[in-house]
Write a protein that binds this ligand. Structure first.
Ligand SMILES: NC(=O)c1ccc[n+]([C@@H]2O[C@H](COP(=O)([O-])OP(=O)(O)OC[C@H]3O[C@@H](n4cnc5c(N)ncnc54)[C@H](O)[C@@H]3O)[C@@H](O)[C@H]2O)c1
Ligand SMILES: O=c1ccn([C@@H]2O[C@H](COP(=O)(O)OP(=O)(O)O[C@H]3O[C@H](CO)[C@H](O)[C@H](O)[C@H]3O)[C@@H](O)[C@H]2O)c(=O)[nH]1
Length: 323
């Protein structure tokens, strides 16, 4: 099999690229490196440096590659940043995805697995969240992904696109030799691990007055290896089904304070905390029901407890920072 991976120089796209290569598949990564660098690219993948907006380059890449499918990860990913710069998020994520869909249509590529997000749901009315629950994003990042989902629906029904939308919850952890290192980093777990290593003075907790048991936001953390497995199952399923939408999470919520406690247990280090105001756009609680993908595709997470997810991140993070 031969696949195109947009955003394949990033954290999750890079992990899926490694898994595809391990399975013996051929992979081309398409990435503009706006939030990553070449050193993150695995040996064995062909690399095209390009932006989703570069239609000629994208069409050329798709035409030459004759791909069996496209995994679409390329996006800006910070909910907080999107509150200040919605324009960037709609341009890069939504218009960028439209460009990809048009180029796929032009070149006859029609199997797509798309990285969507729990941020599409906004503040949920019930927990765990199911795929058919209300979609009311509280930040432009989530809206930019929801609009992309809507385009896929119409490219599917009117133009024959076969697609799987994966709404991930909070992705964490590392596989051998590759883990989370966003540029710049804004995500909770790598920032906590930097604090454990003494590379930051403290970790800031954004908001202590949420309607949750300890007042801090609750999230559902899913290991990147389990998430990567779901991508391969989803792509394969497009030979049997035209379209699907799946949540990918562990079904368990952990507050920011619980994540910090887990990191203290795993690292054995002191982690200093500073309490800050809420970060605009953050929903209080996001916890997934992943029953649908378990039932339809037989997916099952192997890393279900938070300590083991953080332990895998910690092992990799120490090596990363030692470089
Ligand atoms: N990290 C999470 O917890 C999480 C949760 C839900 C969904 N997602 C989604 O998963 C995907 C991957 O996230 P990640 O954590 O690996 O982020 P990342 O920033 O590590 O990777 C994104 C990659 O896309 C590239 N990119 C961005 N815009 C591009 C463009 N216009 N053209 C070409 N390349 C472009 C970046 O250079 C980067 O390499 C994103 O679509 C994100 O929205 C992530
Ligand atoms: O220094 C920090 C960083 C984060 N947080 C809090 O920790 C929680 C998790 O924050 P992250 O920034 O790690 O992740 P988000 O929940 O904001 O978003 C992540 O998961 C989403 C899905 O749930 C998206 O898809 C998005 O791309 C991805 O970044 C939030 O309540 C946030 O306010 C802090 O308290 N301090």
């Amino acid at each position: 099999m031969n696949y195109l991976v947009t955003g394949g120089a990033g954290y999750i796209g890079g992990t899926v690229t490694r898994l595809l290569l391990q399975r013996g598949y051929t992979v081309t990564v398409y990435d503009n490196l706006c939030h990553s660098n070449r050193t993150a690219l695995p040996d064995g993948a062909t690399f095209v440096q390009g932006d989703l907006a570069q239609r000629d380059l994208l069409i050329d890449t798709l035409s030459k590659g004759k791909f069996d499918g496209v995994f679409h990860f390329a996006a800006l990913i910070e909910a907080g940043e999107s509150m200040n710069r919605p324009d960037l998020y709609f341009r890069n994520n939504t218009v960028g995805t439209l460009s990809l869909l048009e180029c796929m249509q032009n070149t006859g590529a029609n199997h797509l697995v798309f990285s969507s997000t729990a941020a599409c749901y906004g503040e949920p009315k019930r927990t765990p969240i199911q795929e058919d629950d209300e979609l009311l994003p509280t930040n432009p990042y989530g809206e930019s992904k929801l609009l992309s989902e809507s385009m896929m629906k119409w490219f599917g029904s009117q133009m024959g696109l076969r697609y799987a939308i994966l709404r991930y919850f909070n992705v964490a952890g590392a596989v051998t030799g590759y883990g989370e290192a966003h540029e710049p980093e804004s995500h909770l777990i790598p920032l906590i691990l930097d604090a454990a290593l003494g590379l930051r003075d403290s970790i800031r907790i954004y908001g202590q007055d949420y309607p949750t048991p300890d007042g801090t936001c609750v999230r559902d953390y899913i290991h990147v290896q389990d998430l990567a497995d779901a991508h391969l199952l989803a792509m394969d399923s497009l030979n049997r089904q035209n379209r699907a939408i799946y949540n990918i999470g562990n079904g368990q919520g952990f507050s920011v304070r619980q994540v910090i406690e887990s990191a203290r247990r795993v690292t054995g280090r002191d982690i200093h905390v500073i309490e800050e105001a809420r970060r605009p756009g953050d929903p209080a609680v996001l916890v997934a029901s992943s029953d649908r993908i378990m039932r339809d595709l037989g997916w099952k997470p192997n890393f279900s407890d938070l300590d083991s997810i953080i332990a895998s991140a910690w092992e990799w993070h120490q090596k990363l920072r030692a470089k």
